[in-house]
Design a protein around this ligand. Structure first.
Ligand SMILES: [Zn+2]
Length: 209
């Protein structure tokens, strides 16, 4: 069987941030792989005074017919509050994050919401650099947005599909890559790149400026 062809990715909107009145959606990505269901990032699930200025709206997974128990593996691209705020829902499941990111989130002040990083029962698997997580599915470090950020790279016949978190927040950052992570994404010649804050994937197709 062609494993790559059997892997699907779906984006689910779990929240919206409204900093200064400009809505910014927050998506998580579900990868259905023949060997496991992988959830990339977990959005946010609660309000918190530290981010009240972003006026978050929440769209809980369980209210969208998504079975929380069906997730086998969680991957965090990084641990900012809008990417790890649902980690508590997956307590006990292996949760893959770069060791650098975990260290920074635990030790730097104002990095994230600390209690969302380490709620009871969350089981991190710290990753040092590249990891073959499943056949056709790799984790690669992609520094830039944070120095411990990682991306998920899914092999495909027309180039990989990448789930890039906030390696780019907006499409123009991939059109004109600057950070090491953005340049890595482009160097992989992806077919599609899913971003946390965009409803559809970026593609390398030429677009009018
Ligand atoms: Zn984000």
């Amino acid at each position: 069987m062609n494993t790559a062809a059997a892997i699907t990715v779906k984006a689910i909107r779990v929240a919206e941030l409204v900093p200064e009145g400009q809505p910014l959606p927050v998506y998580v990505h579900v990868i259905d792989h023949p060997d496991a269901r992988v959830l990339v990032d977990t959005g946010l699930t609660q309000l918190h005074p530290a981010v009240a200025d972003m006026d978050p709206r929440l769209y809980p997974l369980k209210e969208q017919g998504f079975d929380i128990q069906s997730v086998d593996i969680v991957v965090n691209t990084h641990l900012h509050f809008d990417h790890c705020g649902g980690n508590h829902l997956f307590a006990g499941k292996p949760t893959y994050v770069q060791r650098q990111e975990l260290d920074d989130a635990r030790n730097q002040v104002h990095y994230t919401i600390p209690e969302w990083v380490d709620p009871p029962g969350v089981r991190y698997v710290p990753v040092d650099g590249e990891l073959d997580l499943l056949p056709g599915l790799r984790l690669l470090p992609a520094p830039g947005h944070t120095r411990g950020s990682q991306i998920v790279v899914i092999a495909g016949d027309k180039g990989p599909t990448i789930i890039a978190g906030d390696t780019a927040v907006f499409f123009n950052e991939l059109d004109n890559p600057h950070t090491e992570g953005q340049q890595l994404v482009r160097a992989l010649n992806p077919e599609k790149v899913w971003l946390t804050h965009a409803p559809a994937p970026w593609t390398p197709t030429k677009r009018p400026l």
